[in-house]
Design a protein around this ligand. Structure first.
Ligand SMILES: [Zn+2]
Length: 197
């Protein structure tokens, strides 16, 4: 029998004591493990992809594979129709929301007026949220806006005219003009205004 090395022992202890690994990101060339709680969404339905794998539709309009692939992933319930129905309404972490990735097939339902650093509603500078079921998109015409959102890890970016910033539903965020600026916020919904299932 091979002796158990200290590093193997440490790895085993980590396996026993660690919460589920949420995300691994490479920053500054180093692997970084994050165990923060995710942005939780509700399952609204299931569909199968071309390979026959089950995909959960979430109330943020993202989709997420739920695979039963032992021993790597265990979700035997996903193979059973009644069990799947029982999971509708259950919570699932959504990494795409954490990264504020706008789901496909949303269209602009309304927009705010153009604001500048003087005319913007003061509430936008403080923590606030877009309603559930609606995505926001910060569009800067000129100047720069610092945008922060309480995802895990937090998003803290400077938004300029080059690229708009998507804002996930229900996630606290704030906007701070960095000097003279012209911007507006678009609100997006599914094209037919129904949940994608
Ligand atoms: Zn999502």
């Amino acid at each position: 029998m091979r002796p158990v090395t200290p590093s193997a022992r440490r790895a085993r202890r980590r396996e026993r004591t660690s919460p589920p690994l949420h995300q691994i990101r490479r920053r500054s060339g180093k692997l970084r493990c994050l165990y923060a709680p995710g942005v939780e969404r509700s399952i609204v339905g299931f569909s199968q992809d071309d390979a026959g794998d089950w995909v959960a539709a979430l109330d943020c309009f993202h989709r997420q594979h739920v695979r039963h692939d032992p021993p790597f992933r265990s979700a035997p319930w996903v193979l059973d129709q009644a069990a799947r129905s029982g999971r509708v309404g259950a919570a699932l972490d959504c990494p795409l929301c954490e990264r504020a990735e706008l789901p496909d097939d949303l269209v602009v339902a309304r927009t705010t007026d153009w604001f500048d650093e003087e005319t913007m509603p003061p509430g936008l500078r403080r923590a606030h949220r877009v309603a559930q079921g609606t995505w926001g998109r910060l569009r800067v015409d000129s100047g720069r806006v610092r945008f922060r959102a309480k995802t895990h890890p937090i998003i803290d970016v400077v938004v300029g005219p080059a690229a708009p910033q998507a804002i996930p539903p229900g996630v606290e965020h704030e906007a701070e003009p960095l000097g003279p600026v012209r911007f507006r916020v678009e609100f997006l919904r599914p094209r037919d205004d129904r949940q994608v299932t």
